[in-house]
Ligand binder design. Sequence first.
Ligand code: C5P
Length: 218
Amino acid sequence: FTEKRLAGQTVLMTAGPTFEPIDPVRGITNISSGKMGYALARACRDAGADVVLVSGPTALPPPVGVRTIPVTTALEMHEAVLAEVGRCSVFIGVAAVADYRVVNRAEHKIKKEGHEAPVIELVENPDILAFVANLPNAPFCVGFAAESQNLLEFADAKRRRKKVPLLVANLAQQAMGSDVNDVVLLDDAGTYPLPAADKREVAHAIVRHLAARLAARR
Ligand code: C5P
């Protein structure tokens, strides 16, 4: 990756899942290895960008040369993004953020003996990507959409609803935990299927497309 296509850019990213505690030993989460987000963070770094990665819990080592901010919950991820977003020119939301968090989180482990099944009360989490994309001086925003069906239709609706100029869509069943990914890019000009490849190559292809879109705006 000799071409520094993102030189001068500060890229803020989210990756991995979020974990929403129910009690000290249980929680709600999404299935996400963090592999695609981490690969993209490394690809942005290799393209010359300053990269800040806000990451939910993953088993991956933090990428070298990338400032990584570890978080657990969606609210923590939102706060970390808020603190950093003013300095960034590009925001990429790869994280699989839990849509809901538990309101009646128990201070101590919920015990089974002699109790009714607990009722878990949920409240919606903020949509971090939509929030950033709708800021008055929003950075260039890239979203991800993992769908299990009607990929292009659902992804395009999501892109318009969240007002993100570039969206990366994939079928969730194929990508989860895997080292390979098969994605389609969607922007105002159309849809661009990328060849199925390992996540490193897919990340580099996304960076090339992103850099071209940024250059076209100038
Ligand atoms: O709506 P959905 O979760 O499928 O949208 C996916 C995109 O929105 C991803 O880029 C994801 O990181 C972002 N997102 C977010 N905050 C949420 C939910 C999704 O930033 N609460």
